[in-house]
Design a protein around this ligand. Structure first.
Ligand SMILES: Cc1cc2nc3c(=O)[nH]c(=O)nc-3n(C[C@H](O)[C@H](O)[C@H](O)COP(=O)(O)OP(=O)(O)OC[C@H]3O[C@@H](n4cnc5c(N)ncnc54)[C@H](O)[C@@H]3O)c2cc1C
Length: 263
């Protein structure tokens, strides 16, 4: 760990539980990863899909990581610019997938944190509490409350979180769709592209809470596919195919998986 007046650099081992790192940083008032509270998994897995939630992504605070190539044993440091981070992706999910084991990573956090609450649901929940000077702890606690309410606990019902990525479409196409569906949930990406909430698309196709055998979409969150029993990989694969087909038919948008399919 090193620090100056404004920033602190934290190095964490790959085996650390991600949320324990978030908790540690929030307790110290180091800002930058509080919106990523209670994302399940390890620190080492966080860069793989550049984990993100509520307007923050790992890449926003990421400095570098260390690891080893499995075939050659060669050690390498990947700087941020080497990692090809993008929305739910990185070089570790593409070019070097399954060839490199991450052993630790460094994050640069802010000692005078800016609170980021760009999401309506988060803003509404924080406003409800009527707190004037928001702290990182307030944000973390509120995110935990929202997530616990809307996401199924993998310890109780098998699930991998969001199954699909939120599709990013051209503004022209977005404007046409928005005309037909004024309640469509979307977020601007840049001047030319808009991100559409995949959960909204799935819900509008009537697939929220729908179940076929032991597979279904979660009752409170259409983006999460749950395994209610002993569903096989093939059953889940078939189910996701139905959803993709329905969304493509209605909106002309092909959903992409956020999860990795292991064949
Ligand atoms: C209920 C729920 C909610 C979720 N919410 C979010 C969310 O809000 N945002 C988000 O981005 N994700 C979310 N996820 C997805 C998941 O939490 C993340 O992808 C997380 O990083 C997975 O961590 P893991 O340790 O379980 O990795 P695994 O699922 O075990 O592995 C994921 C991939 O990373 C690779 N990997 C793991 N560790 C290393 C390492 N040290 N070196 C190299 N490769 C490695 C694995 O080989 C695999 O390909 C959610 C999942 C669930 C179940």
């Amino acid at each position: 760990m090193s620090e100056d007046e404004t920033n602190v650099i934290i190095e964490a081992g790959a085996g650390v539980v991600w949320d324990e790192l978030v908790q540690f940083c929030v307790d110290k008032n180091y800002g930058g990863i509080e919106n990523l509270s209670i994302i399940p998994g390890s620190v080492g897995a966080a860069p793989i899909q550049n984990i993100g939630a509520y307007g923050q992504e790992l890449k926003d605070t990421f400095l570098e990581l260390k690891g080893i190539f499995t075939e050659t044993g060669e050690e390498k440091i990947f700087k941020k610019s080497d990692c090809e981070f993008s929305y739910r992706s990185s070089i570790f999910k593409t070019e070097v997938a399954n060839k490199f084991v991450i052993t630790s990573l460094k994050l640069k956090l802010n000692k005078n944190p800016q609170i980021i609450t760009p999401f309506k649901q988060l803003e509404e929940e924080l406003n409800k509490q009527g707190i004037n000077d928001l702290t990182l702890k307030d944000v973390r606690n509120t995110i935990i409350k929202i997530r616990n309410k809307k996401l199924p606990d993998p310890k109780e019902i098998g699930n991998a979180g969001s199954f699909f990525k939120n599709p990013i479409i051209a503004k022209e196409k977005y404007l046409k769709l928005k005309n037909s569906y004024p309640d469509m949930i979307s977020y601007p990406v840049n001047g030319e592209h808009i991100k559409i909430a995949a959960g909204w698309l799935i819900e509008k196709c009537g697939w929220k809470g729908k179940r076929i055998g032991n597979v279904g979409t979660y009752k409170d969150h259409a983006l999460v596919i749950v395994n209610y029993g002993d569903a096989s990989g093939d059953e889940i694969f078939d189910f996701e195919g139905h959803i993709k087909h329905a969304v493509e038919l209605k909106f002309g948008i092909r959903l992409e998986n956020e999860v990795n399919i292991i064949s």
